[in-house]
Design a protein around this ligand. Structure first.
Ligand code: AMP
Length: 480
């Protein structure tokens, strides 16, 4: 109605979408034969919100969610949102130390966990609560009254220093991204999304889960990408869409059951570049072209190849509805973005925030690209040093810091090199004091301290690291 103030949040939109169909399945976990209807989700997320309130959480507080199973994750996430608090999903596979670092950065009131973290953890003054803990809910607290500009979610991404930065996203930001892909991909309540992506990320959560909720649709969710289980599910003909990272497609291409994907109406690829060769092979096997899109935590989805129309291999497509893009140098240069989905600034990092925007408020992605005359964007490489292995971000500086703690290692530089399967593999270039430790010893050292994805695939030794006059390592000279 004209003039009436409509406060839309992810919570209000989600509830509206399933109001007429409370028995509709929102999320299905075939690997556990569990499913959750809209009504179950409503009741259980409210209980989760009221329990968090009983633990002392309120609007604006951060709640870290370290929960693997998609149904449990979704209940916890929506519980946090309904309380008006900020959901901080813990990256999958994080070690206790990494979770502690994240908590130091965002100081959550509570860490909701589905497994026991070490005792030293709770000494930091953060409450670690197991999902099964029986807390008496607070029946008095008012819920569902966040507004569109309340921060709902904080994702973690890299910085040039290699330290992960918190990316706070409001309901308005998150709705803008979900709605842009809903419109572009003709996502409707009839759809059922096959989802096996990690849920701590924009891809799995920001579009996979939030898109499902905003469409009033269903997600068939797996805790991990198991190629046999995925193909079996597609053969069942219940699902209509699949979202994956290029590494998943590489795995599927090596499996003879992949042709079952011909049953789907849409296969989306993102988070890392999909090679033109993979595009061609996927099309050959399934009879349909994958749809590549491009986005990031800070901006939500930026571009997409069209659902109807020409999909160009090697291109990430055109700007999504509600998103404006331009390149710093006209038709080439750094990709700059503006729109409702773009965040307002990093969590408690004013300088990084200032540097992230141009003087006229365009967000600087750090990605380099070119635009063709029809508005299709090509990403030519990252200006940053971030390594993306299997769709997961790996920050070289973090691994370097770890390696430099190893006895006998003087200096370390970590680089990503192209890899057909992983997208990028991790190479550690080391300077040793005397007898260099062998590759397995180095890998073991990292594996004991960081999550598996960060363990170098290869170790090389060098006399001295090449540096420029400013003392910065010249990584380009290290590539083999
Ligand atoms: P994140 O913030 O973790 O989502 O990572 C965002 C980064 O992933 C972007 O800045 C790009 O460098 C990269 N990225 C995402 N999608 C694509 C794509 N389709 N092609 C190339 N790079 C991509």
């Amino acid at each position: 109605m004209r003039g009436e103030l409509v406060v839309e949040t992810l919570v209000s939109v989600w509830q509206e979408m399933y109001r007429q169909s409370p028995s509709k399945v929102v999320i299905d976990e075939p690997h556990h034969s569990r499913r959750l209807t809209a009504e179950d989700l409503f009741v259980r997320s409210e209980l989760s919100a009221r329990r968090l309130a009983a633990l002392g959480c309120g609007a604006g507080d951060r709640v870290s969610i370290d929960v693997a199973e998609p149904i449990d994750f979704l209940i916890a996430h929506l519980g946090v949102l309904r309380l008006g608090a900020i959901s901080v999903p813990v990256p999958k596979g994080s070690s206790d130390g990494e979770i502690r670092d994240l908590a130091r950065n965002c100081s959550p009131k509570v860490v909701l966990s589905d497994h026991s973290l070490s005792a030293s953890w709770s000494e930091d003054g953060v409450m670690v609560v197991n999902l099964d803990t029986d807390v008496r809910p607070d029946d008095e607290v008012s819920i569902d009254d966040a507004d569109a500009d309340s921060v709902a979610l904080m994702l973690y991404t890299s910085g040039t220093t290699g330290k992960p930065k918190g990316v706070p996203l409001s309901h308005r930001n998150l709705l803008a991204t979900a709605r842009s892909v809903l419109a572009a991909w003709e996502w409707s309540r009839e759809d059922s999304l096959l989802l096996a992506l990690p849920l701590h990320h924009m891809h799995g959560l920001g579009i996979g889960i939030h898109g499902t909720l905003c469409a009033g649709a269903t997600a068939v969710a797996f805790e991990r990408f198991d190629v046999d289980a995925i193909i079996k599910e597609v053969r069942n003909q219940r699902v209509t869409m699949f979202f994956g990272v290029p590494t998943m497609y590489a795995k599927l291409l090596g499996h003879e059951g992949f042709e079952a994907f011909a049953n789907l109406r849409l296969m989306v690829s993102g988070s890392a570049p999909l090679s033109a060769e993979s595009f061609r092979r996927i099309t050959e096997v399934t009879g349909q072209e994958p749809l590549e899109r491009y986005g990031m935590s800070e901006t939500g989805m930026i571009t997409s190849n069209p659902y109807r129309g020409r999909r160009i291999p090697g291109s990430v497509g055109k700007a999504l509805p509600g998103v404006a893009i331009r390149l710093s140098g006209g038709d080439e240069g750094e990709v700059l973005v503006r729109g409702e989905a773009v965040f307002g600034g990093y969590w408690r990092q004013e300088q990084a925030t200032r540097e992230a925007f141009t003087s006229d408020q365009w967000f600087r992605t750090g990605d380099l690209g070119t635009l063709d005359q029809d508005g299709y964007l090509m990403i030519n490489g990252r200006a940053k040093e971030l390594i993306i292995k299997g769709g997961q971000n790996v920050f070289p500086r973090e691994i370097e810091g770890c390696l430099e703690e190893m006895a006998g290692i003087v200096e370390a530089a970590v680089i990503g090199e192209p890899d057909e399967y992983w997208g990028e593999r991790i190479v550690a270039v080391l300077v040793a004091a005397s007898a260099p430790p062998d590759q397995e010893t180095v890998r073991q050292f990292v594996a004991e301290r960081l999550s598996r994805v960060k363990v170098p695939d290869e170790v090389r030794y060098i006399e001295e690291l090449p540096r420029n006059r400013m003392g910065k390592i010249q990584r380009e000279l290290l590539r083999g």
